[in-house]
Design a binder for this molecule. Structure first.
Ligand code: PMT
Length: 224
């Protein structure tokens, strides 16, 4: 572990998409690459924190200096996150599927000649950020979520901060033309109890470093 400003602190980060199984070969997923979450895990480790990264299926290598736990579904992500607690810092960068197929077919679903396509009933997934941010003895000191929006970005993200009891929310515009999902850079508004602060467009790695610098400054302030 490096001798940085977060030495002695534990950080827990989620990253990447989740896959929700329809049958043994098909799933519902999303376009998250894990670039943003992995960059945050790496930057926290570089600042001296002891980092556990809970990662959905991505093509990225496990970041150096972190303990990486690979999972597929939202339910598995929640279980892995809970197992990794306690933590001082929690960053929820994963694009968790809000819904999963209500039942996973045991065998590959077959096409029937002239038959109707199957209907897939959905069930609601647990909200990992809201679960971890709920008041209680295990709540991390600093809980940071993201908000992926395609309109009214600051307004919706501000509402999400309150609803999920997150200390901060990084609000990003994920409209197709922004390339936020999968791309190498990102533009966010940092939403805290004090309001919204617009950050410039940055490489995801630079955004991660800026976030970690803010985390370090805030925790230092709090512990005074
Ligand atoms: O992976 P990349 O390609 O680098 O892209 C990065 C990103 C766009 C995925 C990332 O920056 C981002 O916005 N992550 C959050 C995506 C998301 O699920 O946003 P949301 O607005 O639906 O959810 C709000 C927050 O609740 C997020 O912190 C999310 O992790 C969390 N959540 C959502 C649903 C759920 N069931 N459980 C959760 O914990």
């Amino acid at each position: 572990l490096s001798d940085g400003p977060l030495k002695g602190l534990k950080a827990l980060v989620t990253s990447g998409p989740t896959y929700e199984a329809i049958d043994p070969v098909r799933f519902i997923g999303n376009r998250s690459s894990g670039k943003q979450g992995h960059a945050i895990a790496l930057a926290l480790a570089a600042a001296g924190a002891e980092v556990t990264l809970v990662a959905g299926p991505t093509a990225l290598a496990d970041p150096t200096g972190c303990k990486t736990v690979r999972i597929e579904s939202a339910a598995e992500m929640l279980a892995a996150v809970q197992k990794a607690l306690p933590a001082d810092i929690f960053v929820a960068a994963a694009a968790v599927a809000d819904w999963r197929p209500a039942a996973e077919a045991a065998q590959k679903m077959k096409k029937r000649d002239g038959g109707e396509p199957p209907r897939i009933d959905l069930a609601t997934n647990p909200d990992i950020l809201a679960t971890i941010a709920a008041p209680g003895p295990k709540r991390p000191r600093l809980v940071i979520g993201f908000a992926a929006e395609t309109e009214k970005v600051v307004e919706y993200a501000t509402a999400k901060r309150q609803k999920k009891n997150s200390d901060w929310i990084l609000a990003n515009d994920v409209s197709a033309e922004t390339g936020t999902f999968g791309g190498s850079d990102n533009k966010v508004h940092l939403i805290t109890a004090d309001g919204a602060e617009e950050w410039p467009r940055l490489a995801k790695t630079d955004l991660a470093q800026r976030l970690v610098a803010r985390i370090a400054a805030t925790l230092k302030d709090k512990s005074k």
